[in-house]
Design a protein around this ligand. Structure first.
Ligand SMILES: NC(=O)c1ccc[n+]([C@@H]2O[C@H](COP(=O)([O-])OP(=O)(O)OC[C@H]3O[C@@H](n4cnc5c(N)ncnc54)[C@H](OP(=O)(O)O)[C@@H]3O)[C@@H](O)[C@H]2O)c1
Length: 346
């Protein structure tokens, strides 16, 4: 790529916005040109408006950059969106209407019939549905942060053995609720067995991601998901216990072999943010663990361990993903890389 593509971050001050900033600094294809947030933050410097919670400092070239207000005219063609879902829907539509390519983390448009939920290892062909959108630009989404590692595990297994049903039980870190998120009074020394709006999303998104692209729509894959989602007192990393029933029952070794060797478009094209190994399979019986494993492959891998027979389904396992990287900002950046590398950005 000769010169870098200027990009904007919508919701730049938030939990996901901060991860966008860290992953995009020194990106070989994209450079951050515009930072956008709410009217509360507009016209303030990034360092003043943002409650920065990362373990590396704000990149020096962005500390004093002035924030723009969402809705302002932007010159960047690609907009990465980490806006609060209470406002993201119409703002993203407005920017897509003005010709921008909005790569969104928010739930608002994920289930629209002409909007794909992309995981480039699984369904980069679904980008084609954006041509049916009513916008001069486009809206592209990534999945919910729980479904991201789960869909990556299910995709190669569905292809080989056809999934019939999935039961999942999640233990989700507090960064998944944004900042300030859940109050410390509620989460310290505690588990919250309810996350508003989470289970309905988790029960439908993987079927769309693994679905088949047809003329004007995406036909969802034909399996059911039952989800129980819990908030646990960790900062980052979502752990999910999975039980899967297949049409053709595999043994645990077959499952391990398929997951361990799975590679796809981001690896073949060597996209800058692609993990070399999209799925990491552990043999140790006490892994994966969020404290040890979320940063493997720069936070872009789905980790799987304890793969064994299930007396109710066929196979059960433990899955781990970095919710704000592979489950949010990193996923969106990988989507943009795939979009550009497939020639969609005209
Ligand atoms: N956290 C995760 O693990 C995760 C994973 C996947 C998807 N998501 C999704 O990503 C989005 C962002 O989540 P988050 O965790 O980063 O939330 P967050 O920490 O609460 O940040 C929200 C961002 O939205 C901005 N915002 C709020 N009101 C706005 C308005 N009226 N106009 C424009 N911008 C506005 C905020 O700007 P101000 O600072 O100016 O208020 C802030 O930058 C949400 O839709 C969430 O569901 C999050």
């Amino acid at each position: 790529m000769k010169s870098k593509i200027p990009v904007a971050i919508l919701g730049a001050t938030g939990t996901v916005g901060q991860k966008f900033i860290l992953i995009l600094q020194n990106h070989p294809w994209f450079e951050i040109d515009e930072l956008v947030a709410s009217p509360r933050s507009a016209n303030r410097t990034y360092k003043d408006a943002c409650a920065w919670k990362q373990d590396r400092p704000i990149p020096s070239y962005l500390r004093d950059k002035l924030l723009l207000q969402a809705g302002a005219r932007l010159s960047s063609r690609i907009l990465f969106s980490g806006m609060d879902s209470s406002v993201a829907g119409p703002i993203e539509e407005d920017y897509a209407s003005r010709g921008h390519i909005v790569i969104s983390n928010s739930k608002n448009h994920r289930m629209d019939s002409d909007v794909p939920i992309i995981i480039p290892e699984i369904n980069s062909d679904h980008f084609a549905i954006t041509k049916k959108q009513r916008f001069a630009g486009a809206i592209i989404t990534n999945s919910n942060c729980v479904i991201m590692p789960v869909a990556m595990i299910l995709a190669p297994l569905h292809q080989a053995f056809k999934v019939k049903w999935v039961q999942l039980f999640s233990m989700q870190a507090i960064s998944g609720a944004g900042y300030p998120g859940v109050s410390s009074y509620d989460i310290l020394g505690n588990i919250l067995p309810f996350i508003e709006g989470e289970e309905p999303k988790v029960e439908i998104e993987s079927q769309k991601i693994l679905g088949r692209l047809e003329e004007d729509s995406i036909k969802p894959a034909d399996f059911v998901v039952s989800a129980q989602c819990n908030r646990v007192p960790l900062i980052e990393g979502h752990t999910i216990n999975l039980s899967i029933k297949f049409e053709k029952k595999p043994n645990p070794q077959q499952v391990k072999d398929i997951l361990d060797t799975w590679k796809s478009l981001p690896q073949e094209k060597k996209l800058p943010t692609a993990p070399g190994r999209p799925i990491i399979v552990f043999e140790e019986e006490n892994r994966p663990q969020p404290a040890r494993d979320i940063w493997l492959e720069n936070g872009m891998a789905a980790c799987a361990g304890r793969i064994r027979e299930c007396p109710v389904g066929d196979i059960k396992m433990v899955v781990l993903g970095h919710n704000t990287v592979r489950g949010a900002a990193g996923a969106a950046i990988l989507n943009a890389e795939a979009y550009v590398s497939l020639g969609y950005l005209q």
